[in-house]
Design a protein around this ligand. Sequence first.
Ligand code: SAH
Ligand code: SF4
Ligand code: F3S
Length: 440
Amino acid sequence: MTAQKKLFVKTYGCQMNVYDSERMTEALAGQGYVATDRPDDADMILLNTCHIREKAAEKVYSELGRYKDLKAEKPDLRIGVAGCVAQAEGEEILRRQPLVDLVVGPQSYHRLPELEAKARTGAKALDTDFPAEDKFAALKGRGPKAKRGPTAFLTVQEGCDKFCAFCVVPYTRGAEVSRPVAQVLDEARDLVDRGVREITLLGQNVNAYHGAGEGGDWSLARLVRALDRIEGLERIRYTTSHPNDMDDDLIAAHGDCASLMPYLHLPVQAGSDRILKRMNRKHTAEAYLRLIERLRAARPDLHLSGDFIVGFPEETEEDFQATMALVEAVGYGSAFSFKYSTRPGTPAAERDQVPEAEKDDRLQRLQALLTRQQRALQDAMVGREVDVLFEKPGRLPGQMVGKSEYLHAVHVEADDISAGDLRRVRIVESGPNSLRGVPA
Ligand code: SAH
Ligand code: SF4
Ligand code: F3S
């Protein structure tokens, strides 16, 4: 048995990175590592990074700089960079920051034990290949089968073939790949056996899922319907979807599947057809609005969430007003909005940029509108009953926090509620970021 070493993982970016960090922790458990939440206690520090915007990527280098003294005190400390910055910059990271011992791209995590062993010898370990072997199968089951909390992520699809003109994901995560149905169902059953009651299916383009299954490739709708039949799995969510991959069956599933939650993150990015075209989104604002209508016909109480980019190259005030109009027309329950950030190597990086001050101003106006909508929908929950899946104790004594079916955070004071309980709650108050309720 190898001596126990400590692993500190810091995760940036999207939920897929959260899932990957769990898998990497499991893979390194086989090398004698246990997780720690203190970098100064660690024998290995692993940053799981994001490359989506310039700020996200720069954060990594400032974080690495902070470990300089630690490494000087502890020569055996190994520092690794994983995730999308690792994939995008590869060897460049080793040149720019000599503290780094190991660089591993998202498609090579199953090779982490060998890379760790190499880094232990004092050599630099680098792997940013897109190997043909099945990463997920190779990662599976290496870790301890620990009891889990009530909610979990499950990556079912990775990569993207859409090539939106602003986005690095097709380059950092590679071409779209779907995991086979049996593998996904096994992992879901295993999670449920370990205490999970809600699973969020993940993919950069999750609704483009086309995993091999009985009788051919399965769509996401078919997968959701199969998961819906798993005893003990109370809730299913999925993210992130592209409007063009929302097929009839998936729309229908929102009406038919009791465990599919009435909340959908469906990014549109912009409301101007001219800009959508320049973004290579391959849909119009009108097509998006029609899609929302069909989704709401299947599930009238559906809460929508979206992503928006303001200040995409060549965006005029009139284009921006079209985004505001689209937001007004939809009414979002929550949303994420960003200033366009130039990503080297993507088509939009070469185009006429919108001045920074203009981007700031547009972002402020859009966020004011989105916050207003979000708050109005949240306030409208007061007096209604919701189902809450409780996750953990709240900040106040005797308080528990969980999520409604619409993904609102809900606080309840009650001494007979534990993590993992699903309870009917009447909402009595709406605060800035959460709701307060009482058992119904
Ligand atoms: N797979 C997801 C998107 C992942 S990135 C999807 O297709 O929706 C998450 C969000 O970051 C995107 O939806 C987009 O709004 C934003 N984003 C991506 N590239 C960006 C860039 N260069 N500048 C600003 N925001 C960006
Ligand atoms: Fe990026 Fe577009 Fe693919 Fe989403 S669909 S990951 S925004 S390229
Ligand atoms: Fe970031 Fe990579 Fe996710 S760039 S958003 S960590 S897919």
